[in-house]
Design a protein around this ligand. Structure first.
Ligand code: GBH
Length: 466
């Protein structure tokens, strides 16, 4: 399998700050919207929080050692904005940035290329209090923060990722409110997408102005959208196709077109405010700044039907209380394997996604990296202390094969990052969903590599000149 990949193909693992670091009060860190959200009742499964998480802030050397033993060529992590600027503006908190300085040096000492994500959803609370991504000013603040990080780490970071999944921040954070900051603006959340994308463009300009040595990109999550009838086996009709097109705009093209083409997709019915965003051509010119790579997070395809069908992705209390969206989520056939979250495992979706992006964006598409792919399962240690996760091995094996198929089809994809190195704080699901190649026993913080870790190590080793 790995023989199909060139020797300079980058095998990596991904994490994010709030999901692993803990140490929320250390060294002058300010509060983020996730600290606030987790403290509210009924937001997170079992009332869990990222207060301790994997205690990576104190155990990062152990975690880098795990990566070195795994043999990865790169590590994608995120910087917590509230560690760098505790109130989201003003001078740098040097003690907070020191942590990432130590981490980057530790990685480089082990020949692991740092891929640094500037923003993985942990907005400083004072920035949210001033409007968060509903205001354009947040984009400027984000670029100021980017410049502070570039100033300190610009000589040593190999890859810069501006934003992680602005689609999820828009839909889950501001649209339906199952993530921080917990707003329920529905399609009125579209301006938050525009402001994030503008922040991305301004941050790219700030990184270029700082003369950072590394390559610059973004990590968008994409899902191939499949028009479907509302019941398994039913053929999709015209209303289902229109709904699927609307969802494809909302989830995929709304975030990729401005970045790669400098324009918004044409607005489907119900997306009136998209036309206003499209008129902001000055911002679009900034948003379309040329990138050195394009990061893609892939988990699964989505089957979309006309809006009268069950909105399977949302909890019932939300679907009951909100006005209807212009699409519905159709179920997958029972024969499709599910991850612990219940998400379908569909490896060919990754091939379809990568070839689809290549076709749609053509020469405007920079080299691709799969910046996240992975699955959760309820992994627990056996009596002898080992952790076997054959389902994750199967999920990853299928997706690496799908990646090879995309390369065979001519896709320029240069790296693949497993989500995640460690079991960690899985947002609204708390600690119940385990995505790691390494099991974390939270009470003791003991790390135990799972069988998938050994599988990945073998894959990487066979791809390396001995
Ligand atoms: C990523 O988001 C995040 O970047 C990361 O922080 C997170 O830990 C990781 O994925 C795992 O969740 O099958 O219809 O229920 C991924 C966004 C949104 C992808 C929900 C899967 C499930 C749709 N995810 N989606 S459904």
């Amino acid at each position: 399998m790995a023989g199909q990949f060139p020797t300079d193909f980058v095998w990596g693992v991904s994490t994010s700050a709030y999901q692993i670091e803990g140490a929320v009060d250390a060294d002058g860190r300010g509060r983020s919207i996730w600290d606030t959200f987790c403290a509210e009742p009924n937001r997170i499964a079992n009332g869990e929080t990222g207060e301790t998480a994997c205690d990576h802030y104190h155990r990062y050397r152990d975690d880098v050692a795990l990566m070195a033993d795994l043999g990865v060529g790169a590590y994608r992590f995120s910087v917590a904005w509230p560690r760098v600027q505790p109130t989201g503006s003003g001078p740098v908190n040097a003690a907070g940035l020191d942590f990432y300085d130590r981490l980057v040096d530790e990685l480089r000492a082990h020949d692991i290329a740092p891929m640094l994500t500037l923003y993985h959803w942990d907005t400083p609370q004072p920035v949210e209090d001033a409007g968060g991504w509903t205001t354009r000013d947040t984009a400027r603040r984000f670029a100021d923060y980017a410049a502070l990080v570039a100033d300190r780490l610009g000589d040593r970071v190999a890859y810069w990722v501006t934003l992680n999944e602005p689609a999820m921040m828009t839909m889950l954070g501001y649209g339906v409110g199952v993530h921080a900051p917990g707003r329920q603006l529905l399609l009125d959340a579209l301006p938050t997408a525009h402001h994030q994308l503008y922040g991305h463009g301004l941050a790219v300009a700030a990184l270029r102005a700082a003369g950072v040595a590394g390559r610059i990109g973004i990590a968008n999550n994409h899902t191939p959208v499949v028009p479907a009838g509302a019941t398994p086996g039913a053929e999709p009709g015209p209303a289902d196709r229109a709904a699927a097109d609307a969802y494809d705009v909302l989830h995929n093209r709304l975030f990729a077109d401005p970045v790669l083409l400098g324009r918004y997709p044409s607005a489907p019915a119900g997306f009136a405010s998209l036309d206003e965003l499209a008129a902001d051509t000055a911002a679009l010119a900034t948003i379309a700044a040329p990138l050195d790579f394009y990061g893609v997070n892939y988990y699964q395809p989505t089957r979309i039907c006309a809006p009268d069908a069950l909105a399977a992705e949302l909890p019932p209390e939300l679907t009951d209380s909100l006005p209807p969206l212009p699409f519905g989520f159709a179920p997958f056939d029972d024969s499709v394997p599910r991850t612990g979250f219940g998400w379908p495992s569909v490896p060919p979706g990754l091939t379809d996604l990568l070839t689809g992006l290549t076709e749609r964006y053509g020469t405007r598409l920079p080299p691709l990296y799969v910046t996240e792919n992975g699955a959760s399962y309820p992994d627990e240690p056996a009596a002898d202390g080992t952790v076997a996760d054959p389902e994750r091995v199967e999920y990853l094996t299928g997706h690496v094969a799908a990646l090879a198929a995309a390369r065979d089809a001519g896709v320029d994809v240069r790296g693949y990052f497993v989500w995640s190195l460690l079991d960690n704080f899985e947002w609204a699901a708390g600690y119940g969903q385990r995505f790691g190649l390494v099991h974390v026993d939270y009470p003791t913080q003991r790390r135990t590599p799972k069988s998938s870790y050994h599988w990945y190590r073998d894959l990487i080793a066979t791809d390396r000149p001995q």
